[in-house]
Design a protein around this ligand. Structure first.
Ligand code: CA
Length: 356
């Protein structure tokens, strides 16, 4: 439901407040400004590259009635887009949500070859847990087109979870230059912004300075960051933080629930831990979903960010210009996560995955 201006919304709320409260559930929840109307449920696109943590994030999003998943679009990242799409369907099959459209994007980044991922998500990209083959083919279409079409269909309402490289979103913006003004917002997993040394110690791009999603397609990231789109980036400072780790108690709750989703996360955790990594590897992308469920999951700050697109040593690095003096004026500002609330995050994650 979309209203042209703030006056309409105020008038509507005056009527609604005179009605029983349950009616409110079906209508507007929150108003930010005259262009932005949060409907319930919020129509969302999950642009992703499943991948184990994407898979968990899809499950978390699908568990929440506040989201109406209009499409899953896949991008070449952890795996190439076609295989990511097949994996998305396998996940949707598992959780009984096969009706959600799944459409792949291009098989490689904008201007670069598809790179090798030093981290393995397993031979099938889903931790080798024996999930059945996909029950169906992908939906017809091309991921960037689907993004444009949905944003045009639901102006100022669509929230995009960008859980992989930003190739599809950059292509969508190139096709529809007004797209940044037409989305509700983007919550993206990407970058590393220098707030915590762990962001360097656990750098995921295939060099010492970058995060995987931005490393894969730095040109796409620069296009998206420069577009003016309302975007919150959650980088390695938070996404690889030692507090993003399943405790013994978390594991007990997951095990006791017996839900398919909980079993899957435990399987993923076992897979990454056998490989010598922490359980955070299966949780990273869920941070974006949890943040949309409760924005208090992260603390954010606004910084000037540019993407390195030339260097071999630091390709894809998200360079923050913190300088008091001589800071470059041509670098755009981004809202980025500085810290997160682990207790709140795990409450949301476990509630979502164990209730099914
Ligand atoms: Ca991902």
């Amino acid at each position: 439901m979309l209203y042209e201006n703030i006056k309409d919304i105020v008038n509507l709320l005056k009527v609604l407040y005179s009605k029983p409260l349950f009616m409110m559930d079906q209508l507007l929840l929150m108003i930010n400004n005259s262009n932005t109307v949060y409907s319930n449920p919020v129509p969302v696109i999950i642009d992703c590259d499943p991948g184990i943590d994407d898979a968990v994030a899809i499950m978390l999003a699908a568990s929440n009635p506040d989201f109406d998943i209009k499409a899953i679009t896949t991008v070449s990242g952890n795996l190439q887009a076609q295989q990511c799409a097949e994996n998305a369907i396998r996940i949707l099959d598992m959780i009984g949500a096969s009706e959600i459209p799944v459409v792949p994007g291009p098989s490689k980044p904008l201007v670069r070859p598809y790179p090798r991922d030093p981290f393995s998500h397993g031979t099938d990209g889903l931790a080798e847990l024996g999930l059945p083959s996909p029950s169906r083919s992908c939906n017809s279409g091309y991921a960037p087109d689907v993004i444009v079409d949905l944003v045009r269909k639901y102006p100022n309402q669509i929230r995009i979870f960008a859980l992989g490289p930003l190739t599809n979103l950059a292509l969508a913006i190139m096709k529809e230059p007004d797209l940044p003004n037409l989305v509700l917002d983007v919550i993206c997993i990407g970058g590393s912004f220098g707030f915590d040394a762990v962001g360097t110690a656990r750098a995921t791009g295939d060099n010492p300075a970058s995060e995987w999603n931005i490393y894969v397609d730095p040109e796409a990231a620069q296009i998206v960051f420069d577009s003016g789109i309302k975007l919150t980036a959650i980088g390695l400072d938070v996404a690889t933080h030692p507090d993003l780790e399943l405790s013994v108690e978390h594991r007990r709750k997951l095990k006791n629930s017996g839900s398919k989703q909980a079993k899957f996360l435990l399987g993923v955790t076992s897979f990454v831990e056998k490989g010598g990594f922490g359980s955070y590897c299966g949780l990273i992308d869920s941070l974006a979903i949890a943040t949309a469920i409760n924005k208090e999951v992260i603390n954010t700050t606004v910084v000037k960010v540019a993407v390195e697109t030339q260097s071999v040593l630091s390709l894809g690095q998200t360079v923050v210009d913190h300088r008091e003096n001589f800071a470059w004026s041509n670098i755009n500002k981004l809202t980025v996560a500085r810290t997160f609330d682990p207790d709140l995050f795990f409450d949301i994650l476990l509630n979502g995955l164990t209730k099914a």
